[in-house]
Write a new protein. Structure first.
Length: 394
């Protein structure tokens, strides 16, 4: 259930290429140790070609199939962004949980970001330099998200959400501040949060992470009394928790992300979302090609119903790979609401089903969502590059 091996990739040079895994983060030491153990098991399986007997006294070598070009190989990446050699992941000590969880990341993304930094610290990069890397479809490595996203949170929180309660003077909540905020949450809001916790990313959140998620959601509800809690916010907050942000940073992230991308979307009656869905429908007529518009019309689904999941949860909790959600958020934190609208237009252009898709048993909207999940598992960069192209036309 934890690891889903898609392809066996033979080792190359001294960097051992593990298996393409359907895992975004290892959030606890036992899971990370399990990943290392599974990796070594596959190494043993493919270090020598398998042999099958074709006739008495004869053997034929069988070479593992190469991965298709659409699936890139992955490497085990260390904290400094370098690809680990096969001997570097052998001990349990290497698998201890650090400040941020381990990721299965593409070595190429680390190399591109390293070239883009040109010896500088990430804090020295301008927004335009970050934008150039993100817009090219290069995923931001986790270590740089931990450094850059808080800057974006602060920029997004300059315009607070309506009726927000002013936080501490240093804009960073302490553990005592969090504890005090927990006491201010109404009981009915707490009950709603507690109902959603068990079904929020159950494959990634353990009991400790769930407690952190509860503290984040309750603190946000206390700071944003006009919103309180709305379904969808649990999935947004869970992304910050899984990525390894602490309570205070996750609360700041929610405030910054929602104020930049979806102000008033989660208030009672969803006023911001309802008004923007009208704007979105008009924009799609100018952004989408004729074939996509024809497919959209054939769906005959109200825009509010079609766009609700994407606009209220920002790609979280939609069955997307966590890495794809994080890559979209790289862009949302840079560009704000226009990127949210452009990303939905890109999803429609890429994944709207044809009228005869061969899967007639599924509802068209479900098929659209299924197509998006499949496409984002294979190549999330395609969504980002098309979104950036549409942004230039808005």
């Amino acid at each position: 259930k934890l690891l889903h091996a898609k392809h066996i990739i033979p080792p190359a040079a001294r960097t051992y290429r593990l298996v393409e895994l359907e895992v975004a983060a290892m959030v606890s030491a036992p899971r990370r140790l399990m990943a290392s153990t599974v990796g070594r098991m596959f190494k043993k399986l493919i270090s020598e070609p398998s042999r099958i007997k074709t006739s008495p006294g004869s053997e034929e070598k069988v070479t593992p199939p190469p991965a298709p070009s659409s699936v890139a190989s992955t490497c085990c990446i260390s904290e400094d962004g370098k690809a680990l050699h096969e001997t570097d992941c052998e001990s349990e000590e290497d698998m201890q949980v650090s400040a941020a969880p381990s990721f299965w990341e593409h070595a190429e993304a680390h190399m591109r970001w390293k070239r883009g930094l040109a010896g500088r610290h990430s804090s020295e990069m301008t927004a335009e330099q970050v934008r150039a890397l993100v817009a090219g479809g290069t995923a931001m490595p986790l270590k740089y998200r931990m450094e850059l996203w808080p800057r974006f949170f602060a920029a997004g929180a300059e315009e607070l959400l309506p009726n927000a309660v002013q936080g501490p003077a240093d804009d960073h909540l302490s553990a005592a501040d969090i504890d005090e905020l927990l006491q201010q949450v109404p009981d009915d809001i707490t009950r709603l949060i507690d109902l959603d916790l068990p079904r929020t990313l159950p494959q990634l959140l353990g009991s400790a992470e769930r407690r952190t998620l509860r503290r984040v959601l309750c603190s946000f509800a206390a700071l944003q009394p006009e919103i309180g809690y709305c379904q969808g916010l649990n999935n947004v907050a869970a992304v910050f928790v899984v990525l390894g942000f602490d309570d205070a940073a996750a609360v700041a992230g929610m405030q910054g992300l929602l104020s930049r991308c979806c102000p008033c979307y989660h208030m009672p009656g969803l006023p911001g979302f309802r008004s923007d869905s009208v704007v979105l429908e008009q924009m799609l007529g100018k952004l989408l090609p004729a074939e996509s518009l024809r497919r959209l019309k054939a769906l005959d689904v109200p825009m509010e119903a079609l766009a609700a999941q994407h606009f209220l949860a920002l790609g979280a909790g939609s069955g997307w790979p966590l890495a794809a959600t994080a890559q979209l958020w790289d862009l949302l934190l840079l560009e704000g609401k226009p990127a949210l609208m452009a990303s939905f237009a890109a999803l429609l252009q890429l994944y709207l089903p044809a009228e005869t898709s061969g899967e007639e048993e599924m509802e068209p909207v479900e098929l659209f969502q299924l197509n998006a999940r499949r496409g984002l598992r294979e190549d999330p960069a395609k969504l980002i590059t098309l979104t950036c192209s549409l942004l230039q036309r808005m």
